[in-house]
Ligand binder design. Sequence first.
Ligand SMILES: *[C@@H]1O[C@H](CO)[C@@H](O)[C@H](O)[C@H]1NC(C)=O
Length: 492
Amino acid sequence: MVFLNIVAKILLTLVISLLHGTSLGIENNEQEKYKDLELKNVLFIVLSQHDDFHIKEAERFKTAFNEQIQSLEKIQQPRLLFTHRDFADVRGTWTVFPLIQHIVEISKKQPLSWVFICEEDTRVNLTGLVALLGNFDPSQNHFLGRELRDQETTIIHHFAFANNPSQFAYPDFRAGLVLSRALIHHLHERLEIAEQKTDFSIDPKHEFALFVWNEDSGPRLTHLREFCSSLESVEPWCVTTQSGRFPECGSPVDKDDLVVAVKTCGKFHESRVPIVKKTWGKEAEIIEYFSEVEDASIPTIDLGIPNSERGHCGKTMAIIKRVSKHPLLTGIPWLLIADDDTIINLDQLRSLLSCYNHKQPVALGERYGYGLLRGGGYDYITGGGGMVFSQRARDLLADRCKCYSDDAPDDMTLGMCLKSIGIPATHSRFFHQARPEDYSPAFLANQVPVSFHKHWNTDPLRIYADLIALGKAHAEHSQQGTHMDDNVREEL
Ligand SMILES: *[C@@H]1O[C@H](CO)[C@@H](O)[C@H](O)[C@H]1NC(C)=O
């Protein structure tokens, strides 16, 4: 008995020490290996976009990056890739999924420990990043970033975790997200055989995190406090930050240079249209309301297209053609097409448009995607948050785009046309297809929103007042050269 006990104890000690790796020194060696992480083993990918303004932003990223690696020997330099340039022919890189296969290809030529993915206006402290990643083992499945959590169950996340939406954390791409070598290979294997749950790409941050998590078979996001929002960017511990400034590239576009088209229908003339008129409609110099019912009190324009309970392709195409051909409108640089329940800050939009060139084909708003994960598919500007077209894009669409039926979805049909003409759907994080309640508070707090959508179960007047107040507060603070801090937001 005693003997057996002793043997058992010895065995137990051996098992424990093996588990801890102490007797063989495994853990120490491994730890040394990843503590000594070198920058050249991190691959950097910027989710950049094919538009002059965004390309310039990507250039700024590159400058800031190169300033930091100047002192390194060539052999130590990390690889930096931009999706608009290095993956120009890969569709849907903004959803991250299509990148995985390419990262695996790259890793066959160059040993990789980590992949760091971010947006154009992210700034990363490379020394800080290497020190931080040294705490994690790249041969394990690690998924690292700044966490966002939903406070309410939301349509943009397909009502996931309806009972407790805040239980699930997903990464703020703007603060950067990090995938370990092991996770990349694991995801690659799964993507080869994965069934898709939906054909729509709406919010890649959430959709990608859900796929990684895989009903709890994969890792959850590890929150890194060092990955900061623009509001925290002055904190000494921040390894990633962003500029909190709203893009402005000169004086705002003139009121006269923007045609606003509001799509409505008979049943909303008395409920929604008065709200538009009371709020953002007032800010427009040139605004037209399009309906299937003539109503002199608004007044509306009847385009001769019957209303439909489904899509509004016929109506939207008729608007684009009208503005393109109308002698008084054809020379106007910008066109905004909005719904009668869109809520938008037009002053903020005019500031934003100063960064874009109306002589180039620009389609701007919140980008969604359809069918992207099957390799084909297309991007589109989702209609509810407002679709903005430059004069050039408008004219090309007017000439070359057709609805396959009047009640086809307008935004998706336009997306297919954009793809066939070769115009990129340019994403701007300031446009929102849903209500403020539908987004994570930490995500919204990190930007100056331009638009929201829907009057359902919310107060459009309050949403509009908040949009205006946030825009004003940001303008004042940027004049003073300071960031708008949490206190200002609390006051709003
Ligand atoms: C990066 O962070 C370190 C501290 O971790 C700091 O000493 C250094 O100045 C930072 N570099 C840049 C370029 O901000």
